[in-house]
Design a protein around this ligand. Structure first.
Ligand SMILES: Nc1ncnc2c1ncn2[C@@H]1O[C@H](COP(=O)(O)OP(=O)(O)OP(=O)(O)O)[C@@H](O)[C@H]1O
Length: 450
């Protein structure tokens, strides 16, 4: 490439990267996005998008853990582009001089706690799915360090764990403005520790964390396989716990199910109270949409909120994204808020969803989920490890598509419609009796984005 064309290439890269960021923000948690993706810079070289990281740590982390996700989104908006992760030499040179670590007290938030004031109890909608977690969180906010310690909140992506955890932090600060409360993502904790090791300031690091009154640590699943981090966190945990300081942890799964997490941490995480946030039901999703619309100063008609909540079943972040689109569409077209305008605004989202919940895709997704071959969906084999997934796929097809029972039977190896009916009833019964089957069912619904 000739040197005078470089500035244009850089600009295009920046534009592509910023468009990609809009997509990535929807599919990552704010912590993941802010910690790992926001610091990257985009540069274009031919059909190669080069993402430049400010240091090798960030580059390796993103390359190892997020490359697939970034590639997937890149293909959606710019098919045919390749992705390369590299070091931003300029930024690396600027930060190679020893700098202070990203110490909690150096945070930009007033008081250094990094809490988002919008994440409070008032703006948190209660539903069946989060009732217990919310009650526990309120209790902890009133009696930090005394009621449930640690409070361990777990559940799927975007269901409100961070919001709830920060609501506790904000509430504690409101009651005791002098309290030292720190919210940090587990990636932030790891980065802070790594930098302290690099700069020989690990004792400061220890002191900083051990002085806290409440430590709120988000998405602890990222500690998996990181022995040094776990060792350090173990001591931090013990010091805080012994001192009667509050610890709140969030994770995408139950402590014992986090592979690569030391047993001593798993068992400590269960010392206090472990509460789940389940996927939200339709009523709760609708209430959340209405509440978020109000935050934007909009009185959304209930039927529009119902439409959005019914179409977007995956998680709240997607609900928020859908609502933002509807608002933008209405502002742009000057049409009133109506189901019709919401339909127009969300057309492509709904189309993608329709494709996801096609019969073939359900078979494929369910087969992948249970690690069996997709062809088993049509096979005559009856042993349980293929029969159960097959029943699950039939029940999901009945639930999520408009295919009739005979059509479904036909697609599952020419089975009779009574077999499909039996499968649906069987899954319904098993969902009531077995927590595992219920969880599988909900997970699959979420994966299918239905
Ligand atoms: N019950 C709720 N009431 C109001 N807003 C909610 C609720 N649940 C989630 N949200 C909103 O949804 C968005 C995503 O929530 P949050 O970041 O807390 O999810 P999370 O479970 O921590 O996700 P991740 O697993 O990706 O970290 C936030 O904007 C949050 O305010």
């Amino acid at each position: 490439m000739s040197s005078h064309s470089a500035p244009t290439a850089l600009q295009d890269g920046a534009a592509l990267w910023s468009a990609l960021c809009v997509q990535l923000e929807l599919v990552t948690s704010p912590q993941q996005f802010n910690t790992w993706l926001r610091p990257l810079r985009g540069e274009l070289q031919g059909h190669e998008l080069r993402l430049l990281a400010p240091n090798p740590f960030v580059r390796d982390w993103v390359r190892e853990r997020m490359a697939e996700l970034v590639k997937e989104q890149l293909q959606r908006i710019a098919p045919g582009f390749e992705l390369v992760f590299a070091l931003d030499e300029e930024a690396a040179a600027a930060t190679s001089a020893p700098t202070a670590s990203i110490a909690p007290e150096r945070s930009s938030a007033p008081g250094g706690h990094r809490l988002n004031p919008a994440f409070n109890f008032q703006s948190y909608v209660e539903g069946k799915s989060n009732q217990l977690a919310l009650a526990a969180a309120r209790q902890v906010a009133q009696h930090p360090g005394k009621s449930y310690n640690p409070l361990y909140i777990y559940g799927g992506v975007g269901l409100g764990k961070t919001h709830l955890m920060q609501a506790v932090g904000n509430d504690i600060l409101q009651r005791q403005p002098e309290a030292k409360v720190l919210y940090i993502s587990s990636e932030g904790f790891i980065m802070d520790m790594v930098r302290s090791l690099q700069h020989n300031t690990i004792n400061d690091f220890k002191q900083r964390y051990r002085k806290l009154d409440a430590l709120l640590i988000d998405d602890i699943q990222f500690f998996a396989g990181k022995d040094r981090t776990q060792e350090e966190f173990f001591h931090t945990f013990n010091a805080l716990f012994d001192g009667g300081r509050q610890i709140i942890i969030t994770c995408d799964r139950y402590p014992k199910e986090v592979e690569g997490l030391e047993e001593r941490l798993q068992s400590r995480f269960g010392w206090g109270l472990t509460v789940a946030i389940q996927p939200h039901d339709l009523e709760t999703r609708m209430a959340i949409v209405l509440c978020k619309a109000e935050d934007h100063g909009i009185q959304l008609p209930e039927e529009v909120a119902f439409f959005i909540a019914e179409k977007i079943r995956s998680h709240v972040r997607e609900l928020e994204g859908a609502l933002r689109r509807v608002i933008a569409h209405v502002n742009f077209t000057h049409k009133p808020y109506s189901v019709e305008s919401a339909k127009e605004a969300l057309r492509d989202l709904i189309d993608v969803q329709k494709r996801m919940v096609s019969l073939e895709n359900i078979q494929k997704v369910v087969a992948d989920y249970y690690h069996i071959r997709a062809s088993e969906m049509q096979s005559k084999r009856r042993n349980r490890n293929v029969a159960r997934p097959r029943q699950m796929a039939m029940a999901l097809t009945k639930e999520l598509t408009r295919h009739s029972l005979p059509e479904i039977g036909e697609a599952f190896g020419g089975r009779d419609h009574t077999t499909v009916l039996h499968a649906c009833r069987q899954i319904e019964k098993l969902r009531r009796e077995s927590a595992q089957i219920e969880e599988d069912y909900r997970n699959l619904i979420r994966i299918l984005g239905a």
